[in-house]
Design a protein around this ligand. Structure first.
Ligand code: SME
Length: 149
């Protein structure tokens, strides 16, 4: 299923003229087509500040539009440059809850010229849903998106 979505991601990037509508289209596609992706969004470094700012997303609005580096799963990925897969958010100390329905989260950093400039963040209402296939697929998405940033 994830592999068949790669083509659709590439086609969104080819068809849309501006970056924001590409990112919005990708968020909506992923949320709609992957049953256990319940919230899909991009965060980007906020200028030179040590914080992330919410970009396009699909799902419920969140209060967490700014996340300081180091805070929550997203803020930790901003510093670690590593994928962060959380099978059970309740087992995490450094976690920012967006909704009580969320059970699991995956965050994949996005690199441009080797620099960690943002990330794709996915929340799931299903416990422990993410596998290596999600990591590989979302890495593909970040690489494709990096080409237009
Ligand atoms: N749960 C994230 C915050 C962002 S929301 O999931 C949209 C975190 O701990 O960083």
């Amino acid at each position: 299923m994830l592999d068949s979505l790669k083509e659709k991601v590439v086609s969104i990037i080819e068809q849309k003229s501006d970056v924001t509508s590409c990112l919005q289209g990708i968020c909506e596609l992923l949320k709609k087509d992957v049953p256990y992706y319940d919230w899909v969004g991009f965060y980007f470094r906020n200028g030179e500040k040590e914080e992330l700012k919410l970009g396009p997303y699909a799902g419920e609005p969140t209060d967490h539009t700014i996340i300081p580096f180091g805070k929550g799963i997203c803020g930790q990925v901003a510093l670690s440059n590593q994928n962060f897969v959380v099978p059970d958010v309740n087992a995490q100390d450094n976690y920012i809850a967006c909704s009580i329905t969320v059970k699991a989260e995956i965050v994949i950093p996005l690199f441009v010229n080797g620099e960690n400039i943002g990330q794709i963040d996915i929340d799931s209402n299903t416990p422990n849903p993410f596998t290596k296939d999600d990591e590989r697929f979302l890495e593909f998405v970040t690489v494709e998106v990096a080409k237009i940033l």
